[in-house]
Write a protein that binds this ligand. Structure first.
Ligand code: JCF
Length: 672
């Protein structure tokens, strides 16, 4: 025969073996030995042979994986041995109960368990006769299922033929059919491109795919399979433990869980449970708990089964992450920085042991993307520590009266205009100082070091002042008296007096500081300074048009619009009036180039406490006169300006022979 091509039958057999082998390497072992193009060439050669010699077609031919058989209904099949289900534990104490029963019935103290993640898919029963896959059936009621053989033949990880010698004559392989999370996302993407209905979750997608009457559709769905045991076994090597069994299945070419491991006792079980729960969100597939099985088959036998489920296994379920409920209304929550978050108010529903009646909808775009409407029945998800969220609606349950939700134009708390920047998903209330929801944050910003720099007024104190209704806006700060302060908790007379003192000092400020302190969205320290220098005083800034504002370096259309809008709002003007009435003052800025610069080229350092002026103010005024103000004394320093309690800088200045000015010296310098 040499030199001649092999007989078609022999070649077909060779191709089937090769293709099945490479299929297993590619899908189950994830380690291909040949190129996709080489695989395709072998595949087409076999397809050609089968077309020319239909008598060569076999059930275990890889060409069967593309599907094609169309059924009118699924036939019923009896499982060779019933498919048990699993008992569930929902808490540590239920798990403890299971473990105690195993120890008591088994009359043994120390027990080994094999654990595996509980996949959220569908149970499948495969029948192999003499190592060849002959049937696949759904679980059904445990006794009788549906024959889905032509569909499961399209699942690439299910071998048509088992590997190795000493195979059982008859073997039922049980496991879970599922779709991985990545595959699910891709599937829904292509459903969406094709204008087809999206699947709600991987489990539904897997169920829908497995129960297709046209197996060529199933072939296009990315189904996976992982085995967790057997039914009948006649002949072949018999395992003595569950661990041995799954290793044996794996050696025959059946995919098993990569997370499977042996643990000892209740402590070991609790440890892997906690570990898998913590990794739940990063696993490649959805799981709803952890399965624990007594490892020893001898002990399994001794424990036996109830009518429903084996006594040697349990599923310790994770807390449910999702529930459905009715969406009663969509409210807006105003954050401390004015960010507006749509929040779903829900008919209270239990999600994993916690009653949920509010869930976030994140932002306007998300509401639109999910098309969530008041009146919808929605799926709520609460995973781990994260805030509950609305995942999706159930379109079939939508009442006829619903309306598309829109972000309102005005803040629900203060009525200010709602602004949304281009390319950003957050909408914000422009109320700033005025909006009660933003009050504390706005006051804190107002008093901060770059703002009016009110010493001794921290976040906790602001909380107290607002909560006790002593102040409502930043302007109210200046009418606080020491009695009001002393009445607060943890506030001594001395600190009350100090704060009143620093408040009165902060009244005298600068225009850049005031402008920054107002908290106009996107107006930071540098922008505030540029605008202040350009316009010189507050009144022209308040009158400026968007075009006027954009003349300033640093100010683009968004910032200009923010500033313009801010000063058009009545309540903001009121806060400013009230600030003026409380005696907040600043010097008009004479544009830099028109200012005399008598100190140009000179360099100063300021140290110690000044009695009549803050160091930052002294610094600003010296800078305005052209001087440089630095942080450390060197030979180049013109003079050290020295307040009370100076530190090492004074010593250094004296050592270097540098002039030292006291506060009077500073005053005359500033008058020069
Ligand atoms: O992953 C599963 N859903 C799963 C189901 C895992 C198992 O080890 C199972 C199962 C159902 C029954 N074991 C049995 C006996």
């Amino acid at each position: 025969m040499s030199g001649q091509s092999p007989l078609p039958a022999a070649r077909a057999q060779e191709l089937r073996d090769q293709l099945n082998y490479h299929n297993h390497r590619y899908y189950t072992l994830d380690s291909p030995e040949i190129l996709d193009s080489e695989y395709d060439a072998l595949f087409r050669e076999l397809q050609g042979l089968e077309q020319n010699y239909p008598e060569l077609k076999r059930d275990d031919s890889p060409t069967r994986r593309v599907g094609g058989e169309i059924l009118s209904a699924f036939e019923s099949v009896d499982h060779e041995t019933p498919m048990a289900s699993l008992d569930n534990a929902f808490s540590y104490s239920e798990m403890e109960g299971f473990e105690r029963r195993v120890r008591e019935r088994g009359e043994i103290e120390h027990i080994e368990y094999v654990i595996e993640p509980k996949l959220d898919g569908l149970a499948l029963n495969l029948l192999y006769i003499d190592g060849v896959l002959v049937r696949g059936a759904t679980r059904g009621d445990g006794q009788t299922g549906e024959d889905v053989t032509s569909n499961i033949r399209t699942i690439p990880t299910i071998p048509f033929r088992l590997h190795g010698d000493n195979l059982p004559d008859r073997l039922e392989v049980r496991g879970e059919v599922f779709i991985s999370i990545d595959d699910f996302k891709r599937l829904n993407q292509s459903q969406s491109v094709a204008g087809e209905k999206l699947f709600a979750n991987p489990r539904n997608a897997a169920a829908g795919s497995l129960r297709q009457l046209d197996s060529s559709i199933t072939a296009k769905r990315p189904l996976s399979f992982i085995s967790y045991g057997i039914g009948i076994q006649q002949g072949g090597e018999k395992a003595e433990s569950y661990q041995q069994l799954i290793e044996q299945l794996s050696s025959w070419g059946i995919p098993i869980s990569t997370e499977s491991q042996v643990v000892s006792g209740l402590d070991g079980c609790a440890e892997v449970y906690a570990d898998l729960l913590s990794r739940r969100e990063v696993l490649p597939y959805e799981i709803d708990g952890v399965v624990f099985k007594v490892n020893s088959f001898q002990l399994q036998q001794k424990l036996g089964s109830t009518s429903r489920a084996p006594r040697w296994a349990i599923a310790w379920k994770f807390p449910a992450e999702e529930a459905t409920t009715e969406l009663l209304s969509i409210d807006l929550q105003v954050g401390r920085t004015g960010a507006l978050t749509p929040v779903a108010r829900l008919a209270p529903v239990d999600v994993g042991g916690v009653t949920v009646s509010n869930a976030t909808l994140h932002n306007e775009d998300e509401v639109q993307r999910k098309d969530v409407r008041v009146g919808d029945t929605v799926v709520v998800r609460r995973a781990g520590d994260v805030i509950p969220e609305v995942v999706r609606t159930i379109p079939d349950k939508r009442p006829h009266y619903t309306e598309i939700w829109k972000m309102p134009n005005s803040c629900p708390v203060c009525g200010s205009e709602v602004l949304r920047e281009e390319d950003k998903s957050v909408a914000r209330c422009s109320g700033g100082l005025f909006c009660p929801a933003q009050r504390k944050e706005a006051i804190w910003h107002f008093a901060s070091r770059k703002g009016l720099d009110i010493e001794g007024l921290g976040g906790k104190l602001i909380d107290q002042l607002v909560d006790e209704k002593i102040i409502a806006t930043a302007a109210d700060l200046f009418s606080i008296n020491s009695e009001q302060l002393s009445s607060l908790q943890r506030m001594g007379d001395k600190s009350a007096d100090n704060l009143v003192g620093s408040l009165s000092k902060s009244r005298k400020t600068t225009l850049p500081r005031l402008l920054f302190a107002l908290g106009i969205p996107e107006v930071g320290e540098a922008t505030a300074r540029s605008i202040a220098i350009h316009f010189g005083d507050l009144e022209p800034i308040m009158q400026a048009t968007i075009d006027d504002l954009q003349v300033v370096d640093d100010v683009g259309p968004v910032v200009a619009h923010n500033i313009f809008t801010f000063f058009r709002q009545d309540h903001n003007r009121k806060v400013i009036e009230s600030l003026l009435r409380s005696g907040v003052v600043w010097e008009t800025i004479i544009p830099q180039e028109r200012l005399p610069q008598p100190l140009l080229g000179e360099s100063y350092v300021i140290t110690g406490t000044l009695r009549n002026m803050k160091r930052s103010e002294a610094k600003e005024r010296l800078q305005a006169m052209g001087a440089k103000v630095t942080g450390s004394v060197s030979k180049k320093t013109t003079a050290l300006i020295c307040g009370e309690d100076p530190g090492s800088k004074k010593v250094k200045a004296e050592t270097l022979g540098i002039q030292v000015l006291d506060e009077e010296g500073l005053q005359s310098l500033l008058r020069s």
